[in-house]
Write a protein that binds this ligand. Sequence first.
Ligand code: GLP
Length: 640
Amino acid sequence: MTVPSFTSAILDEYDRNPSQQERFEKIRTLVCPGSQEASARLAAETADLIRWRQESGEKVILGLATGSTPVPFYRELIRIHQEDGLSFHNVITFNLDEYYGLPRDHPESYYRFMHDQLFDHVDIPEDQIHIPDGTIPMEEVYDYCLGYEESIREAGGLDLQILGIGRTGHIGFNEPGSSADSITRMITLDRMTRQDAAADFMGVANVPRSAITMGVGTILEARRIVLMAWGSNKAEIVQEAVEGLMTDQISASFLQSHKNAVFLIDEAASTRLTRFRYPWLVGPVNWDAAMKRRAVVWLSKKLEKPILKLVDEDYNESGAGELLASTSEAAYEVNIDSFNRVQHTITGWPGGKPGADDTNRPERAIPFPKKVLIFSPEPADAFIGMGGTIERLKEQGHDVQIYFLTSGNLRVADVAALNFARVILEMAESLQAEGWENQVAYAQSILDALEEKGEFGVDPELVRKLKGLILRGETRDAASVCGLDADRISFLDLPFYEEGRYRRFQRSEKDTALIREVLADQCPDIIFATGDAGDPSSPQAICFAALAEAYQGLSDAEWQSGCNVWLHRGRDHAYEAQEIDMAVPMSPDQVDEKSNAIRKFLSTSDDTGEPERNREIAGEYDSLGLAEYEAIEAFQIWKG
Ligand code: GLP
């Protein structure tokens, strides 16, 4: 029996237009506007498959994945179960992997994750669920893994395998080096994989070093495979897996050899595919100014030649000859035009330069001063993405206000709360202070709560509150490095964050309402935000969705017609030169200041690579032939 095909308008379109994609893409890749829509489509198809098998009294064997990526898919399956009565009684599941050494009741075990996210909410019999056991003694692991393979075979093989993709290109936990015929086994986790799991485990040191995973060969035996990927941080690895060579360095690339594999991705994860990044290489394009600039920047980077030195032959020999032909301009004219466009993105006046001609500046000269609102999803985000720009806006006389949307308390290490409580206790003891009973009781309750929850348990509200306050102090310090006093910063503590944890947040109207209130009250001239292309389950993406909803809900407000929304890519994949609308240069001193601000976040172990990424953008501008700056903070205008 075959699995129903992924029938959809997109697929029809794909098949009608194969030359576009097939030229570079070696795996069928469907791009949906967002993760919700994509997940809903996959869930609907999975539900059809389950029902179809039910009609003939047969079982369905599903291979399931963990991570944030499949969460919206699982939520949708639960909804179909609850609202449309879909039963899971004929579903047998095999999960891809499990951390080694974690007991099942550990909050980060995949056993727990799958039960929280799916199994506890549907009617699947427990004995039809298979998840590798991370507590098997080392000497039994080999046989255990062979047994896992055998159970999949005995069940009839996987009908449908759901996958996410790690930034190392892994599927399951098949890290670089995994061969195409590898089977279920123990594997050592890559550094980047452990880094990506650090927030879940409250620090990279706590992330297990190994895992049990199905092999690439096990996965390739599935009759149908759907790999999902969301957000800009996945764009690069998706491109390599889909368009690159098949290699054991990127286990997802082995899906190229599978006849029935599909990548289902959102727009943010698709941006590195050739058809979107260099569309002129796959078909005719509309050579408007933006497209020309893209092509010219690409050519300059590819040939490692400054823009103004490109000649006609460079265009013709690199597949961009059509640009010159279509405009009947010589390379020289196209170069100058694009060079100027990139040049005009550079400004030391991110709030606009009062009294200056602003025809070619990213921001308007008036009004001056401007009411500038900066929305920072987690406290460090504003400083990571635009620490230098904040300082400039303040110095240049604008009315700057930062709204810290979430408390960020989940990032604060236990030791910070522990130290705080100990200081109180020691203080009380050394002063032999009377009247400190309440403080002592408070400190003791913090110590007790920390001990009770253990290293990885969920913080009770009392501890989260304290951690949030510790972070507030650090945030004030960071703001003051950027020249902002305490009255310039506000904390919204959005409820989705306070009530959730990483990968499991759920946004609600309460979050949007709080931001809407701020916007309606403040009537800003400029807004700075981030998270538009983030992993949809991240606090950054959730905050952005809430902000976008609040902003769009106020579209009738008069102030909005004169308001620009600038986006930065704090924690997400950095912009490339051709994508930047405003580039704010930084001097070496400003870079030091920015580092100082980020370093104030002592209680969290955030390492986003800033300001190194700012230096890289400056290097990119330099190699295009523009002025050489120490570093650049980059922004894009939000087009709503
Ligand atoms: C982990 C899992 C993978 C998953 C990957 C990506 O490594 N073992 O199965 O695909 O993370 O995670 P996320 O979906 O959270 O980006």
